[in-house]
Design a protein around this ligand. Structure first.
Ligand code: IPE
Ligand code: MG
Length: 228
């Protein structure tokens, strides 16, 4: 989700107005995904690198995360959305950590859209913590290093057990992954749009899905019509 700041600047507003509009956009997209039968939606809300922003902006983003989550939990429960927060949440305030736990518990039994919000998350952080955990298992004598294969490593990542994403959408014109789901995006279709995140609406989502539907995914194979 990129472009909140530019959205605000284009309107002569402060950056936090853009973040606020971005939260509304999140709500719209969650609802739209639910209606369209999307099984998993993963949102990159706050990266491990976002701490480098000015202190006031970081503080505001934390506040916004808290108020939005606090306000939306009931709606998520009602909409049959299962919420998971992924990332190193230990860096957040106790009150935000408690709210995250509350949100996850309240929606744990839901079996509709799985909503994964990545907060203080980074793809490299995730691979590193998985490696550290597996190394600990080896050190403790519970695991043979030779048994560490792709499946085992994938199982130690934050997204364990969830299918890899089919489509990655990045808004606001930047054509980068920016440390998002590095392991999981190996065969993900990438979609870039100039639309700023606060302007990303149902029509924009449908456009992305239509574009995805036209792609041919081969996962390293040759096209079907050229097989044997
Ligand atoms: C994305 O919008 C929101 C977060 C990373 C929290 P930006 O804040 O990156 O917006 P731009 O890139 O300045 O337009
Ligand atoms: Mg940005």
């Amino acid at each position: 989700m990129d472009g909140n700041g530019r959205w605000a600047r284009a309107r002569g507003k402060p950056r936090h107005a853009g973040h606020r509009a971005g939260v509304e956009s999140v709500r719209r997209v969650i609802e739209a995904c639910g209606k369209r039968g999307v099984k998993v939606l993963s949102l990159f809300a706050f990266s491990s690198e976002n701490w480098r922003r000015p202190e006031t902006e970081v503080k505001l983003l934390m506040e916004l995360f808290f108020t939005a989550l606090n306000r939306e939990i009931k709606r998520l429960v009602r909409s049959n959305v299962r919420l998971r927060i992924l990332g190193d949440v230990s860096a957040f305030s106790d009150r935000l950590q408690a709210l995250i736990q509350k949100g996850e518990q309240a929606t744990a039994e839901n079996d509709g859209l799985l909503l994964q919000v990545c907060a203080n998350y980074g793809g490299r952080w995730d691979i590193t913590q998985a490696a550290r955990r597996l190394a600990g298992e080896v050190q403790a004598g519970r695991l043979d290093a030779a048994d560490i294969d792709e499946e085992r490593l994938a199982g130690a990542l934050s997204f364990a057990g969830v299918p890899d994403p089919d489509l990655l959408i990045r808004t606001a014109g930047e054509q980068r992954i920016s440390n998002f789901m590095l392991w999981q995006c190996a065969y993900t279709e990438l979609y870039f749009t100039e639309i700023l995140w606060p302007d990303f609406d149902q029509a924009a989502l449908d456009q992305a899905l239509a574009d995805y539907a036209r792609r041919q995914r081969r996962f390293g194979r040759v096209p079907e019509e050229e097989e044997g």
